[in-house]
Design a protein around this ligand. Structure first.
Ligand code: F6P
Length: 361
């Protein structure tokens, strides 16, 4: 193994820089290997002059606690559907062959792809075209199959929990219902785990469609017991039993649809029923800033393991955490079935045991 590349695709997540640092250090210390970084996801291969940068010890110095990614990210960087202007018109084209050519020109022995669902899907397709790819599971949503946890999730969870703690005191002072809308796409892990950790009274997640009247039942019963405030942790992908998810922007072949707005709808309903409510949309605060110690630790283990896997030529595979140990699984398996909250699992049962309502009963 002489030369490896690293790219970060999709949205950023806390811990990306920690993975990059660990991979670069392992590649240099253990294998005397040259490392390059690809800027802005797969896009960097299209313009190597500006898109390819050397990654040595100097470049990764001091980046362990830094949020974001030193390589830049692009979540419209799907090589199979790239929007370009042709003859003054916007058209969608497939640039995957150009990217494969770009990768070949870099003479890489391995390409580490740090990404979520979409980026890893593309990684698997490129691997089938012969690119020596190793995946590393990144996302605050924690929705990648085959791994217990993705890096970035723990940081988002801590930020969301702190936000709930802060809303708790102001909710109590003003006798209000506070609704917080949290990220997670179609997976309710952030809302569930932060909701439990932050003492929410109601948690709404995509995996358990809710009824508005059940939310009200919980708020009313608390009020009747003298608890004049309530805290609601609402996942952006939560939906009512007979309704659909709420989007702030539709998707197309380049952009995935943008979830957002369910928190406001829930808060308005509660207010109409006579309970003063406010809504907070935590948004990208969950993705920014320094990673937690757990995420730095996990990201470092993933980064080093990815390089070891590359040296064993374990291509078209992804590093994963199973039973607390780092292992690796086929990329195809990782992206086949996205991970979701198990509605019958112990986490949901525990929440119910301590009186949290999911609005489903
Ligand atoms: O997948 C990570 C995530 O933060 C989701 O939780 C959220 O729905 C989405 O990305 C937001 O994407 P963008 O950064 O494009 O607004």
């Amino acid at each position: 193994m002489k030369r490896i590349g690293i790219l970060t695709g999709g949205g950023d997540a806390p811990g990306l820089n920690a993975v990059i640092r660990a991979a670069v250090k392992t590649a240099i210390n253990e294998y005397k290997c040259e490392v390059i970084g690809i800027r802005d996801g797969y896009d960097g291969f299209l313009d190597p002059q500006s898109g390819i940068v050397p990654l040595g010890m100097e470049e990764v110095r001091g980046i362990l606690p830094r949020g974001g990614t030193i390589l830049g990210a692009a979540n419209r960087g799907n090589p199979y559907a790239r929007k370009v202007i042709r003859d003054g018109r916007e058209v969608t084209i497939d640039v995957s062959d150009e990217i494969v050519k770009g990768i070949e020109e870099q003479r890489l022995d391995a390409l580490l792809v740090l990404g979520g669902d979409g980026t890893l899907h593309i990684a698997h397709e490129l691997a089938m075209k012969g690119v020596p790819i190793i995946g590393v599971p990144k996302t605050i949503d924690n929705d990648i199959g085959g791994t217990e946890i993705t890096f970035g999730f723990d940081t988002a969870l801590n930020i969301a929990t702190e936000a709930l703690d802060r809303l708790h005191t102001t909710a109590e002072s003003h006798h209000r219902v506070m609704v917080i809308e949290l990220m997670g796409r179609d997976a309710g892990f952030i809302a569930l785990n932060a909701g439990v950790s932050g003492g929410a009274d109601v948690i709404l997640i995509p995996e358990l469609p809710f009824k508005f009247e059940n939310i009200l039942k919980k708020i009313r019963s608390r009020s009747e017991q003298g608890r004049k405030f309530s805290l609601l942790a609402v996942s952006e992908g939560a939906k009512p039993v007979d309704g659909a998810q709420v989007y702030s922007r539709k998707g197309n072949e380049v952009y995935v649809p943008r979830l957002g707005g369910i928190g406001q709808i829930v808060a308005e309903y509660i207010e109409q029923q006579g309970f003063e409510s406010r809504v907070t949309v935590l948004g990208h605060v969950q993705r920014g800033g320094t990673p937690t110690a757990f995420d730095r630790w996990l990201a470092t283990r993933y980064g080093a393991a990815a390089v070891r896997l590359a040296n064993r030529k374990g291509f078209d595979r992804m590093v994963a955490l199973q039973c607390g140990e780092i292992t690796d699984i086929p990329l195809e398996e990782a992206v086949a079935v996205p991970k979701r909250v198990n509605p019958l699992g112990d986490a949901v049962i525990t929440a119910r045991n301590i009186g949290i309502s999911f609005g489903d009963e």
